[in-house]
Write a protein that binds this ligand. Sequence first.
Ligand SMILES: [Zn+2]
Ligand SMILES: [Zn+2]
Length: 618
Amino acid sequence: MAEQDVAVAEAEEVEQEFDAPERGSADELLDAGAHSELDAMRHSAAHVMAEAVLDLFPGTKLGIGPAIEDGFYYDFDLPRPLTPEDLAAIEQRMTESVKADHPFVRRELPPEEGRAFFAERNQPYKVEILDDLAAKAERDGTPMPPTSVYEHGSFVDLCKGPHVASTGKIGPFKLLAVSGAYWRGDQSRPSLQRIYGTVWQTQEELDRYLWRREEAKKRDHRKLGVQLDLFSFHDVSPGAAFWHPKGWTLYQTLRNAMRDLQARRGYQEVYTPPLVSKTLWERSGHWEHYRENMFLFEAEEQTFSLKPMNCPESTYIYRSRVRSYRELPLRLAEYGVLHRNELSGVLSGLTRVRHFVTDDAHIYVRPDQIGAEIQGLMGEIREAYSWFGLEPRLTFGTRPDKALGDPAVWAETEAQMRAELERSGMQYREKPKDGAFYAPKIDIQIEDALGREWQTATIQVDRVMLPERFDLWYVDEHGQQQRPVAIHRAIYGSLERFIGVLTEHFAGAFPLWCSPVQAVVIPIADRHVAAAEELAGVLRTRGLRVEVDGSDNRMQNKIRLAQEQKVPVMLVLGDREIEARAATVRRRGAAKDAAQETLGWDELADRLATESADRRVE
Ligand SMILES: [Zn+2]
Ligand SMILES: [Zn+2]
């Protein structure tokens, strides 16, 4: 790749990473994104970068430069495309400005003077923002506010702040990449060059961030998916994975583990149609709250949608006959096929998809069973996350401002959930107003090997959407009709997303129990192939997933290939091993000179089968 292409490819990744919001209105354009001290420093670095670019490329027209997660960007209208050398030169100039420790000074100019100031300096994008503000003020019948600018050294920018006190307060920084960005995110407007940078309080934090970024690139599940032959994506179905045999094995292994857990907990599995009439969504409230995220179809003058969630359909099974209090809890699990109409521009590998399946369940309980059920669900979470060596973190989201149902019922449910959270002994953080529009919820996040947080599981205690809107009831011990409570729960969440997260967390080296190929048998020479097949057969009868490398590669090559495919166990067979009906065991990632064990076939099969069945994490 040419340097230029490298910079562009890198920029695409940076964009994914930052997920930078496009900015529309003048007010949004003026939001520096500086909501904390660190953000103020990041936004200040953007000003210093703009100063450097203006120094190096006189006549540059400035777009906007907000702080974003982990860093900042600034959009520039430049006479030519920037190269990686330019970034180095810009960084150099920024370093000088930081050393000079210029104070950031805020000034307010009368509106007319402010506009003239930026017009004189040939900054049409700034003038456009001011004109928009003036037009809005006129529409609202309010006076045009003064033009607020921030100045440091010779550089002045249209800005509402806040900023750090002086350029010397800007911590260690690095410019990362350049990408294209349309002015105001509008394809009919000029295409600007966006420079991304990152800045941290200490060198140590910067180094760690840069390491994490490099490591994240290596672990990118989209790359590993191809390398390990797990899945691929194709333009014919944006946002939907094509699962290859190995990826599908992983997928089913995870699903089967959850099915096993669910069977032990007394769940029953159901399946409901993906294509359903809009009348269902009108009743559930999703037509009002969620319609733009659904794929819609017309058939025989009726509107149908591909379901974006399983919830309302499970009520039809509940209501298919009269339910007695003795039947509750009724735990209905469903691996339904879901579609959400995400814009193709925001789709990203397995983590932002249009088509996915969750390990969903709807649990119908009596009000007096909520507590015990939540404890049961906490146990499910602890168990499932232990299969991956992951530590779940809990947040508790309470009633949002726009919510269905009686606030008093919400308060009662929240108090009950809080008490159960306390009782579970698991740490949690309360997030006020973060509940679903129909239920307070416990969300589970995990932190991956790179310290990134992912949202996965959820438990929602719903007394409104399913029970009220679908008029559910059961007959209590006195023969009276009562409302059940519906608990929505998912432990992995979306299987697609969960596999994307796991792939990056383990860098493709999955624990033995869920590895698509658990062991490769490596015959040293051709004459050992028959015995290798026999050993593979022995292991397969124990339920293990085993391949034989019968190629004419040399043994070292076969080992290297298996290592590259991240197979957990390599079993080497030569004359000595075959004579003893044994195999030499080599573990993935073991040091070259690590002692190798030779085990008899039966003992080997016992050990691997136990390790797999116990879902042990190395
Ligand atoms: Zn500013
Ligand atoms: Zn649900």
